[in-house]
Design a protein around this ligand. Structure first.
Ligand SMILES: [Zn+2]
Ligand SMILES: [Zn+2]
Length: 323
């Protein structure tokens, strides 16, 4: 595929699909952000967020059927239950963390935007005078620095990769595997991302905006919808970039670590956005991953011998021959 085919309509592509492929990402993101903003203005940010999130899920559900990026990713992979179960355990873990936020002092650190705020150092370090848009943009960029390194270390340090491999073991991308993370992997990233915000004393409203932005971009990132991005992939993490991150070839997979923005990938030399070919449809990892959700939860905690034993039982590979 040459450069022009990613920009120009393809032979079998209708004018409507071509138009939608350009407006889907920015349109859905802008819509979700606007609705959430209205929610904040009327004092109901959570309701507005949930409404936007459901709207986004429904839109992607229909777009994945109407204009899929990879038709073969529409085939069932037997992992839908595991995807949803991981999403729920991960969300449950993070929510429990926030429920106990008062106990561990988080509510003292992250105060409402209207209150006098002090970070861990007790000093007014957060730029509360800035317009909310710039405060949120600032929060995204500095939280991403930590998310970038927690994600990169999850790929480069074997003991952390054991947990992150659960996310990468999928053989297709679609909106349902957005939340498929081992809960330890999510906890690691969420806590790392919160460190700079806690140190600077970011207000609660900024944190809520950051979670909303991360939820919208994350859901879009994993969708199986044919989209075009242009300059957007040089600012935000898009499905176009993230599909390379799920490549089996680690020269491509160990790239594009950014969760929301690509700034740190660009600065640390891990940004890729090839224009001369499509990302691989055959994605996943070369190593073994159990198929069952409960086994996937336990997998990173097992010793090397136990994992070898389990793998031999499941696949028949590496079994000692009788006699
Ligand atoms: Zn990864
Ligand atoms: Zn992913």
């Amino acid at each position: 595929m040459d450069n022009s085919t990613q920009i120009l309509p393809q032979n079998d592509e209708s004018a409507l699909k071509y138009y939608l492929s350009w407006v889907a990402w920015p349109g859905l993101f802008a819509l979700c952000m606007t609705l959430t903003g209205i929610g904040f203005a009327f004092g109901a940010p959570m309701t507005a967020f949930i409404f936007s999130y459901i709207l986004l899920i429904l839109s992607l559900f229909f777009l994945e059927r109407f204009m899929p990026h990879e038709r073969e990713w529409q085939e069932p992979d037997g992992q839908t239950f595991a995807d949803i179960a991981h999403t729920l355990t991960t969300k449950g873990t993070v929510h429990t963390l926030f429920l106990f936020a008062g106990v561990i002092g988080l509510t003292e650190i992250f105060r409402p935007a209207t209150a006098d705020g002090y970070g861990i150092f007790g000093a007014e370090l957060w730029p509360r005078g800035w317009p909310m848009f710039f405060q949120v943009a600032f929060a995204v960029v500095i939280a991403e620095f930590m998310c970038y390194w927690s994600h990169r270390t999850a790929h480069e340090i074997p003991v952390l990769w054991r947990f992150h491999a659960v996310h990468h073991s999928v053989t297709r991308l679609w909106f349902v595997n957005t939340g498929r993370f081992h809960f330890m992997d999510s906890l690691y990233r969420v806590l790392m991302g919160m460190i700079p915000l806690a140190l600077l004393g970011a207000p609660m409203e900024v944190l809520q905006w950051l979670s909303a932005v991360t939820a919208f971009i994350g859901m879009l990132t994993h969708c199986n919808v044919e989209m075009r991005f242009g300059w957007i992939s040089y600012v935000f993490n898009t499905p176009g970039l993230h599909r390379w991150h799920h490549s089996r070839d680690i020269r491509e997979g160990n790239k594009n670590y950014g969760e929301n923005v690509v700034l740190w990938d660009m600065l640390f030399g891990t940004y890729i956005n090839p224009q001369d070919r499509r990302p691989p449809a055959d994605i996943g990892i070369s190593e073994f991953m159990p198929a069952k959700f409960t086994h996937q939860l336990l997998w990173p905690f097992l010793s090397k011998d136990k994992r070898r034993e389990f793998r031999a039982k499941a696949t028949g590979i590496g079994k000692r021959k009788a006699g």
